[in-house]
Design a protein around this ligand. Sequence first.
Ligand code: SF4
Length: 379
Amino acid sequence: MKYVDEFRDGALARNLAHSLAAAVDPARTYSFMEFCGGHTHALARYGVVDLLPASVRMVHGPGCPVCVLPIGRIDLAIGLALERGVILCTYGDVMRVPASGGLSLLRARARGADIRMVYSPADALQLARTHPQRDVVFLAIGFETTTPPSALVLRQAAREGLKNFSVLCCHVLTPSAITHILESPEVAQYGTLALDGFVGPAHVSIVIGSAPYEPFASAWHKPVVISGFEPLDMMQSILMLVRQVNDGRAEVENQFTRAVNREGNRAAQAVMAEVFELRDSFEWRGLGEVAHSALKIRPAFAAFDAEQRYALQYRAVPDHKQCECGAILRGVRQPTDCKLFGTVCTPENPMGSCMVSSEGSCAAHYTYGRWRDIPVVAA
Ligand code: SF4
């Protein structure tokens, strides 16, 4: 398949592995954060980590949209479905994220709530059209990638004057999360999390372009390389990061030139700006409250804002005491540091959000690499 097969070529991967081995400075180590959960998944799935020199360490970032959704937000959605009788629609991965009281959206559905998995917000809008006697709420999650479709359905609902459709907006922003990581005590104060650069997200960057990452290079002196999702994309991006570090450069480079440019998708940005505005603050799972890191629905579309329509009051809820998702999402722990990993917590029975989506660090680690962490016992 064009743009896929040629980025999975084994001979080219070996060449890139040799180039990486030759490029690294034996006198130092390298630590790069892949922000995006899709990259975490690709690193694990294709065994890219095994092809990297031992001195190159990849740190998983908070870019899995399902993982960073805090319990309190899922509780709001469950409350709407169980207590207000709405048809609650959302993406499939969100259905299994643990919420309060042992519930998840899936378990709430088993209790009789009308909760439906949809492939896009347009499906939820169509449900509202076909069920005019029922209130339909779309639980909108994700980074800048999934925000434009949410904006489009809100604008469409307003144009049609729908009275039974609203959106519970939980969209979050990538650059704010990277800033938060760089300002975290582990990076900025104690130096316990060394970061030499970032692998920039692919799909998010198609929407926002490469320009929003420029302050990380100019002000923070951190190289950023925007990368595609295929294994060769990732290896080439890591090589580009190594070369920047060796040269003492900090620039935004774009490896994913077949899809990303500096400006991004102007039409998508315009519809996002028309419908959404910045929130003062938003709770992220693992990162806590992060200023100006999420979007809310503009007053002009207030009739379609589920938070206003149902006068929802947000209540923060702590994670399971033994779950290390928070530390994993901040890059300071690995999945295997968690006592529950692979025993109590598995993809079939997730105790925390990082084990739910295939983009979650724990799920990727469990699915593709758990055997590495089990000590071999001689027969
Ligand atoms: S293994 Fe499960 S409980 Fe532990 S950090 Fe990961 S998601 Fe949380």
